[in-house]
Write a protein that binds this ligand. Structure first.
Ligand SMILES: [Zn+2]
Length: 97
């Protein structure tokens, strides 16, 4: 950490991704969860995730309290495409009208 957080432009990033393999009492794998954390390489400031709900779910992304870790349910192989796909594109905050 070389740059004070207050004056850092947050231009370089570090990310940590862990994968949790959750088993039942018989040792069978029931779920996989990817855990993602992002921080600024220069000042160490942790980033927080803006959209997901707080908590823990096996069916949708969530974040921890403080939103600094994203928990995303994952599965091996290719996903079956859903009947409907919602795709959104929004302008970045502060990009004008
Ligand atoms: Zn920074």
């Amino acid at each position: 950490m070389t740059t004070p957080r207050q004056s850092c432009a947050h231009e370089r990033f570090s990310a940590h991704v862990g994968v949790q393999r959750l088993t039942d009492d018989g040792g069978r794998v029931r779920n996989f969860i990817a855990e993602v954390q992002v921080s600024c390489t220069d000042c160490g400031e942790p980033f927080h995730f803006l959209c997901p709900d707080t908590g823990f779910s096996f069916t949708r992304p969530t974040v921890n309290v403080g939103a600094t870790m994203l928990h995303a349910p994952i599965a091996p192989g290719e996903a079956v495409l859903p009947d409907r796909i919602r795709f959104e594109v929004q302008r970045p905050v502060g990009s004008g009208s």
